[in-house]
Write a protein of this length. Sequence first.
Length: 354
Amino acid sequence: MDERLLAAEFAPEVCYLNTASHGLLPARTVAAVTQAATQMGAGRIDQASYDAEADAARAAFARLVGTAPERVAAGSAVSTHVGLIAASLPSGARVLAPENEFSSVVNPFTVREDVELRTVPLEALADAVDDSTTLVALSAVQSVDGRIADLPAVREAARAAGARVMLDVTQAAGWLPLSADDYDYVVCGAYKWLLCPRGTSFMVVSRQAQEAGALRPLHAGWVAGASPWEDCYGPIARLAPNARAYEQPVPFLSYVGAARSLALVEELGGPQAVGAHDRALAARFRAGVAELDGGYEPVPGDSAIVAVPGLGHAAERLAAEGVSLSAREGNLRAGFHLYNTLDDVDRLLGLLKG
């Protein structure tokens, strides 16, 4: 990792190990958003430039997850993307998901009384796919404990059964190398590992899903048109021929910041380089936890998120010592990212020993 670049972009006032809840904003992002907000307050509003920022963010996200910009729809929240997918399912559809999956990934399906949601343990997900499965919905990395799904197995099982796959990469994009084109739908909240302001989200729609008409552009406002500025009154004559047909008007300030944050992730080497850094720190923490008194055992794996069952009660005490992380379902959850160092890991372990 480029230590000088990281030092120029990040200066946390606490030992921040809580990226699984929210990433830190780089200095360049803060400066760009501040400048844009000041200009808006002064009446110097340039919507064309904001649209260009959104296009730049869309293109950067596409590169980071291995797809083309025309497959990406921008938005503001994962639940809105998932809601669109849920609303597009036929009556009687059967959705399969992991147990204890993050609510935004599954709840939009439960509010439809004519759609069945079935959950199974994460490790049994691929085996649970059958010919009655319409859609498999899951996170690449589980929010509650950092487990990484067996994505090749799930993908293969879904293809064999004729089911589609919706993958949430909110806890993965930025550190886990991905190929979004391997899935029918990919959704992502970019305010965690991609370091964007909250209000930045993306949805990738496969060419096959779009050509099959599997997704209905139910919130097709003026920005969903093929020529938005030329066709923004009355019914839109023609929707965009790509994933922008499923897009919402984006929050400008969030995307001004997102363009800078995503550029930084690329400058630092992308998910391959960032992931190697993050996973090395996580591995050191796992090894250290195993040596603590009390018999605590971290959830095994090679994830940037480390959960320690039964240790969630320590989060409040650690916060008082200037260490920010989170407690989820009784787990102490630490997320290691590009602005973290070995000193951060050792400080956390030292406090837990104490």
